[in-house]
Write a protein that binds this ligand. Structure first.
Ligand SMILES: [Zn+2]
Length: 423
């Protein structure tokens, strides 16, 4: 329940602050006051263990009017859905050398309202704004937003001013943990969903699935880019191809195994240190995850499964390396992973003394097909570079059936005017 409130605060503080910061500061002021008040209630509730339940109840009672505000934001979101506003704003700001805090916050807000709160570029922009902020008067809101982010499982940087008045042990720990992270929270971005999202939170977390009413053909309602984007993934890969001359060189390292079932896939989170060089430029490996069958098709045919290795560079650009898995011999790397993969949705598990090297899952040859695409899960953010390896890796039939998701592949998307390149 605390998380539910945290998510509402988050939506308001980020969406409200961002959007109203861009348009008019007075409207923003009101939203910020309410957010700050609610944050106070939660803080008070956390301090008093015995009275906690009652205080939280009171905070919950404050939710309906706030929810109405969120809906108002949703209306704005609809108006922004085409992405035209964001494009204009980005073009306008591209000319400026350094954005003011307010502009940066506004940009984050518009990105959020266009692409959704879990979009990597939104989180990036908002983190940047938080780094820049010197609004003494808005500090309370910023702190509330940061703590709400941390409490809802998002990795955020917490300003020292906010961390200092952290009231409880739990909060202090959250702040400390969040500080250790790079603050981008991108580990879950590729799947656009809070990996800790349990049933109780789902009324506030946008929900999606691979079939039925929440299936891919309906993603666009909640996540506009999924419906309207012009360079979406996955693709059916077929010629003609254009030749490129650069190489993709993985430099993955052994690290502690951190694995989770996020309700949509099995994902392995990677500790910093593993990289890939694309045309000489380094991208950090954040996580890898699986789809069954493969999302990408080669000449109209899917493979048994695919692994997506998700990387990000210093500028926040995402690159996905795809390794297709074909039915054949047992795969020893996958054997290790499957023995620790949680069968049901839940938080990340870190089995003691188990190390894993993602290199074990790569083929020897690194020839690739390359195209510009998108995340294949909501919010379907574009400008993601895809490198699908031509060499496939074996997985046994039994290992395919042991994967806890029968089908978690988005259908093939239109190529539009994109070109597929090959090295
Ligand atoms: Zn994927």
């Amino acid at each position: 329940m605390f998380k539910t409130i945290a998510i509402v605060i988050l939506t308001l503080a980020l969406g409200g602050a961002g959007y109203f910061g861009f348009t008019q500061k007075s409207a923003y002021g009101n939203a910020s006051k309410e957010v700050a008040e609610l944050a106070e209630k939660i803080k008070a509730a956390e301090q008093k263990d015995e009275a906690a339940a009652e205080e939280l109840k009171a905070a919950e009672d404050a939710l309906p009017p706030l929810e109405a505000k969120v809906k108002e934001l949703d209306a704005v979101k609809g108006a922004l859905a085409s992405g035209a506003v964001l494009k204009d704003l980005e073009a306008l700001y591209a000319k400026e050398k350094k954005l003011s805090t307010e502009k940066q916050l506004g940009l984050a807000g518009i990105r959020m309202l266009t692409n959704g709160g879990k979009d990597p570029s939104t989180i990036e922009a908002f983190n940047k704004a938080l780094e820049m902020t010197d609004w003494k008067g808005q500090q309370q809101v910023v702190c509330a937003a940061q703590k709400a982010l941390a409490a809802s499982g998002e990795k955020v940087k917490i300003m020292s001013e906010c961390a200092a008045d952290a009231p409880t042990g739990k909060d202090a720990k959250d702040s400390k943990d969040a500080k250790k992270d790079d603050g981008h929270g991108a580990k879950k971005d590729a799947h656009g969903k809070d990996s800790k999202g349990g049933k109780s939170e789902e009324k506030h977390v946008a929900h999606w699935d691979y079939e039925g009413e929440m299936g891919p053909e309906h993603w666009g309602k909640e996540f506009p880019t999924c419906g309207k984007g012009k360079s979406q993934s996955p693709l059916n890969i077929k010629g003609p191809f254009e030749k490129v001359r650069f190489a993709v060189v993985p430099e993955y390292k052994l690290g502690p195994l951190k694995i989770l079932n996020n309700g949509h896939t099995i994902q392995v989170n990677v500790t910093p240190g593993s990289k890939i060089r694309i045309d000489g430029k380094a991208f950090d490996l954040l996580q890898f995850h699986f789809h069954r069958p493969s999302e990408e098709h080669i000449n109209g045919k899917p493979s048994a499964m695919v692994i997506h290795f998700v990387h990000k560079n210093e500028s926040g650009e995402l690159a996905v390396l795809g390794v297709l898995l074909q039915e054949g011999n047992e795969n020893p790397g996958i054997k290790t992973l499957w023995s620790y993969a949680p069968p049901k949705e839940g938080p990340e598990v870190t089995p003691e003394n188990v190390a894993f090297n993602p290199t074990n899952l790569l083929p020897r040859e690194m020839e690739f097909f390359h195209y510009d695409g998108s995340l294949t899960t909501p919010p379907c953010t574009e400008k993601v570079k895809f490198y699908i390896l031509k060499s496939q890796v074996n997985i046994s039939k039994e290992q395919v059936t042991q994967f806890p998701f029968k089908m978690n592949a988005r259908p093939i998307q239109p190529l539009n005017d994109r070109k597929i390149l090959t090295n």
